[in-house]
Write a protein that binds this ligand. Structure first.
Ligand code: HEM
Length: 233
């Protein structure tokens, strides 16, 4: 089993499966974050964040998510290094540009490293404050959940204050574009790795992947930008 996971095909399989898992997470994450754009002072978002924070299913998924990210990052680096070694100097030879090979597909490692740097900052901005250190901005507010006034953490206030800074918004917009490029290749590549691709499906998955990738990437960028432009003060 361990030799399968360390083989080239095993590493690729783990990359594909962890990638699919992370893509599902991103869609849910984007859906919850889109509630930040409801102009109700953050009540709906805070109620949703409270639901996510107190849901036992999410408590089980969170460690799996961390494992998914670690597997995806470590195996991604190993696989790229292994491929480069196997290809030797061939990858530097001029004039060997293959038709249909996108910039994103050739730069998955650098895109992944950029996203990792973003994630370190992102986790420090929100997760660390919400789960470990606390922050005065998170002081409880009362929101109505199914007609019941409930005290919840004011995650909205923390996010809103974070997106009051232009440099942060620029980082999120750039990360959103980087994410879109990474996913535009990662989407169909994950499906191909698990064997769900042929000539017809490859074309369809490429289109679907581009729609998904730019929807998610631009979605995250827009939330940060609109928070900065229209939700301050
Ligand atoms: C507008 C953009 C975004 C906002 C407002 C946002 C907000 C948040 C918040 C508030 C948390 C803490 C949740 C908690 O601990 O309860 C969080 C965690 C997290 N975010 Fe984001 N996020 C954004 C974009 C992204 C992007 C682009 C990625 C991935 C590339 C990402 C990946 C994660 C991960 C892995 C966690 C930790 C796991 C978790 O707590 O669920 N986020 N985000």
């Amino acid at each position: 089993m361990s030799s399968l996971l360390c083989s080239s095909i095993g590493k690729k399989l783990l990359m594909g499966l962890s990638g699919l898992f992370l893509m599902m997470f991103l869609l849910i994450h984007l859906t919850v974050n889109s509630l930040l754009l409801i102009p109700d002072g953050g009540d709906t978002f805070n109620a949703a964040a409270h639901f996510m924070a107190t849901n036992p299913f999410i408590a089980v998924v969170e460690p799996l998510l961390a494992i998914g990210f670690i597997v995806h990052i470590v195996w991604g680096i190993l696989l790229t290094l292994q491929n480069r070694k196997a290809r030797g100097s061939a990858r530097y030879a001029s004039g060997n540009k293959t038709k249909g090979v996108t910039w994103a597909s050739q730069n998955m490692l650098i895109l992944g490293i950029t996203l990792f740097a973003f994630l370190v900052l992102h986790v420090a901005h929100f997760w660390v404050k919400m789960k470990l250190t606390g922050d005065p901005l998170l002081n409880d507010v009362t929101v109505n959940i199914a007609g019941v006034p409930t005290e919840v953490e004011n995650a909205y206030a923390l996010i809103n204050a974070t997106f009051a800074e232009l440099w942060v918004v620029i980082v999120y917009v750039v990360a959103g574009i980087g994410l879109a490029l990474h996913l535009s290749h990662g989407f169909w590549s994950s499906f191909q790795t698990i064997g769900f691709s042929n000539d017809i499906w490859r074309k369809r998955l490429t289109i679907l992947g581009n729609v998904y990738a730019w929807f998610v990437g631009i979605g995250f960028s827009l939330i940060a930008l609109l928070q900065y432009l229209f939700f301050q003060g």
